[in-house]
Structure formats: structure tokens, C-alpha cells
Design a protein around this ligand. Structure first.
Ligand code: PEP
Length: 248
């Protein structure tokens, strides 16, 4: 039985002081949640968030991680830096990074390898564009993204890797994939993972992301291959995100 995971991706939102008031308000509301809850906050908020999450059941995540460990890489943040702030998850290859910041399947793979080097659980994001879906290529695109992202990842590491299916046409658009469409792709993803890692695929957590809200969370979460949600917009609101964490 895989437990459920709900991850909030704050993107470039909230200052440290806003983070403090948000977490102070939401933490008591999610105390009873039986799921794994992760807050992926901007780098500048990791310090305050790590202090506030200490001693709670909630976990801290980053929105990226460098593939290098230190050195002349201006603007990058290494796994060791994250680890010292108690970061235990890192989003990798979010479609916004692929679209605006030149992230490629190769760099997604390098970051995934680096995350494991630092015992940080990578949350590898994959997903197709609307055009790719309409032309019937969605599964092939996602298969390729997964194979490349997980190159050189051992079976033991794979078991501690999360794959988030985020169809690009559903992110921040208010258009959610139907529960059936999400399940169909996640089942396909698990099959690909089975080809790569055998039975370990059944232990891996697969998430859906794309305009998930308190209103559609229940239906999405009832799908057999969907082990949790990656939530953007709705994770910025205490009521919405705490409701989702408690549904999970
Ligand atoms: C995301 O950015 O990962 C995401 C799923 O965003 P939203 O929930 O706003 O569509």
C-alpha cells in the first residue's frame, strides 16, 4: 500500500515574512493529515520554513537543485546547501523551468542524480503540451522524458524517486485533466517504470499536477495509480491546501 503525498509548489510567491504567517496558520490545520505533506518554497524562504517545520510532520522541499556540488556556478544552489536547511524533497524539471530557463532532459537527469547524491528525494516532473496530446504523442513524449530523467538511477534510488505527471496544458490554466486521463497516463508511466525497474515500480509514488483544487482532489485521488498531488495555485491558500491535505 503506497501512502499519499501532497506537495505544494509555491513557485515565485511569498516573502519570508509571508511564509512565516502562512505556515503558522496552516500547520495546526494539517496536524491530523495522514498523508505526507511537503512545502516547496522559494530558496529565500527555506531558512524560516525549516525553523517553523521543525518538530512537525510536514516536510520541506526546494523548487530546484544544482547538479554541481560547489564552485563557480553563479546563481545555483547545491544539494549540501539544501540539506543543511533540512530540505528533503526537490522539484526537478518543472515545465516552467523547461519552458523559461532552458531545462533539458539532460539537465533534469543530472539534477536527479545530484539529488540522490545528497539524499534528497527528487520529484521529477514530466508532461506533454496540448499540441502533443492532440497529435496523439503524449505517451511517447512522457516515456522519453522518464527514460532520460532516470538514466543511471539505480533501482534503490528509483524507489526513492517521485514522478509527477503534469500535463502542460493543465498547469495554472484552470483546466484539469479528467481523472480518467490522469489515471491512463499514470498507468502508462508505471508500466514504463516496470520496464526499467521491475516490481520496484509498484512501490514508486506517482503524482498528478495541473489545476488540482479542493473541489477535484477527491476524484483524482481515487484513481489507483495516483499516489498524490502536486499543487501550484491552490497551495498558496491556507483553506484550499489544508482541505486538500486532509482529503488526501
Ligand atoms: C504546478 O505548478 O506544479 C501546478 C500544478 O500548478 P497549478 O496547480 O497552479 O496548475
Amino acid at each position: 500500500m503506497r501512502n499519499k503525498i501532497i506537495i505544494g509548489n509555491w513557485k515565485m510567491n511569498k516573502t519570508p515574512s509571508q511564509t512565516e504567517s502562512f505556515l503558522q496558520e496552516i500547520l495546526p490545520k494539517i496536524k491530523q493529515s495522514s498523508s505526507v505533506v511537503v512545502f516547496c518554497v522559494p530558496f529565500t524562504n527555506l531558512d524560516i520554513a525549516s525553523k517553523l517545520l521543525k518538530g512537525t510532520k510536514a516536510n520541506l522541499g526546494a523548487q530546484n537543485i544544482s547538479w554541481q556540488d560547489s564552485g563557480a556556478y553563479t546563481g545555483e544552489i547545491s544539494g549540501a546547501m539544501l540539506k543543511e536547511l533540512s530540505v528533503s524533497y526537490a522539484l526537478i524539471g518543472h515545465s516552467e523551468r523547461r519552458q523559461y530557463f532552458g531545462e533539458t532532459d539532460t539537465t533534469v537527469n543530472q539534477r536527479t542524480v545530484a539529488a540522490h547524491r545528497h539524499n534528497i528525494i527528487p520529484v521529477v516532473c514530466v508532461g506533454e503540451t496540448l499540441q502533443e496530446r492532440q497529435s496523439g504523442n503524449a505517451q511517447d513524449i512522457v516515456t522519453n522524458q522518464i527514460k532520460q530523467a532516470l538514466k543511471d538511477i539505480t533501482p534503490e534510488q528509483a524507489q526513492n524517486t517521485i514522478v509527477a505527471y503534469e500535463p502542460i496544458w493543465a498547469i495554472g490554466t484552470g483546466v484539469t485533466a479528467s481523472a480518467n486521463d490522469a489515471q491512463e497516463m499514470l498507468k502508462h508511466i508505471r508500466k514504463q517504470l516496470n520496464n526499467l525497474y521491475g516490481d520496484i515500480a509498484d512501490k514508486m509514488h506517482l503524482l498528478y499536477g495541473g489545476s488540482a483544487t479542493a473541489a477535484n482532489a477527491q476524484e483524482l485521488l481515487s484513481q489507483p495509480d495516483l499516489d498524490g498531488l502536486l499543487v501550484g495555485g491552490a497551495s498558496l491558500k491556507v483553506e484550499d491546501f489544508s482541505t486538500m491535505a486532509n482529503i488526501v
